[in-house]
Design a protein around this ligand. Structure first.
Ligand code: CMP
Length: 225
């Protein structure tokens, strides 16, 4: 397994070999296929997860069955740490949106490392602050932006994290169905389809299977504000 990937992650890059050995002494390796869940909202959990490759969606389900996606996470990102700081059941369901490889680290071992390595705490706090900032932004967008604006913003965010240059623009292999994209922006699939069709018609995007190619970043950026 690529322990070096974990070793080089910003969260762990600064710790010494002893602390790293302690942290990884009960490591579990997990391979998920698209659609399989790692844990469900309400489960008990004593591990956090680091994504080696692939993508994970974090979602919540309303009593009437509707789903909302809190985030899509990719390589190098961690999740499942909340119970470490505030013991309580899992706050979201974690499901793979593509073939995904992860490592699980025991909360207990990370807690031991945090006692002696304040720099790891700083990194974790930074990750939590970043997540709060992103969540606040989504909340404000739900109130202040229309659906096309939120779709544009979500695509730009996915492009930032997963995009790569293509011949005619930026390829964003987000791996999401239109239903999942709708759950991510908090709108119906029909409204999201309409927004995507409008962007395509204007020449800002090209749709591909579970991917888009952004052809006009500036216009899309303008629409996201
Ligand atoms: P935990 O509650 O253990 O399990 C679900 C995980 O989803 C949670 O820890 C966090 O790591 C992650 N999570 C919860 N809310 C958000 C959010 N708003 N943005 C990104 N990740 C989140």
């Amino acid at each position: 397994m690529e322990l070096e990937v974990l070793r080089r992650a910003p969260l762990f890059a600064s710790i010494g070999d002893d602390a790293f050995a302690l942290l990884t002494k009960e490591l579990t390796e997990v391979n998920l296929t698209r659609g399989s869940s790692l844990f469900k909202e309400g489960d008990q959990g004593d591990q956090l997860y680091f994504i080696l490759s692939g993508k994970i969606k974090l979602g919540r389900r309303a009593p009437d069955g509707r789903e909302n996606l809190l985030a899509i996470l990719g390589p190098g990102e961690i999740f499942g740490e909340m119970a470490l700081f505030d013991p309580s059941p899992r706050t979201a369901t974690a499901t793979a949106v593509s073939e995904t490889r992860l490592v699980g680290l025991k909360h207990e071992n990370l807690r031991d490392v945090l006692q002696t390595r304040p720099e790891v705490s700083t990194q974790l706090l930074q990750a939590l602050a970043r997540r709060l900032r992103r969540t606040n932004e989504s909340l404000a967008d739900l109130v202040f932006s229309d659906v096309p604006g939120r779709v544009a913003k979500a695509l730009l965010d996915l492009a930032d994290r997963f995009g790569r240059p293509a011949q005619d623009g930026v390829l964003v292999p987000h791996e999401l169905t239109q239903e999942e994209l709708a759950q991510l922006v908090g709108a119906s699939r029909e409204t999201v389809n309409k927004a995507l069709a409008e962007f395509v018609q204007r020449g800002w995007l090209r749709l591909e299977a579970r991917a888009v190619v952004i052809l006009d970043l500036n216009r899309l950026r303008g629409r996201s504000r």
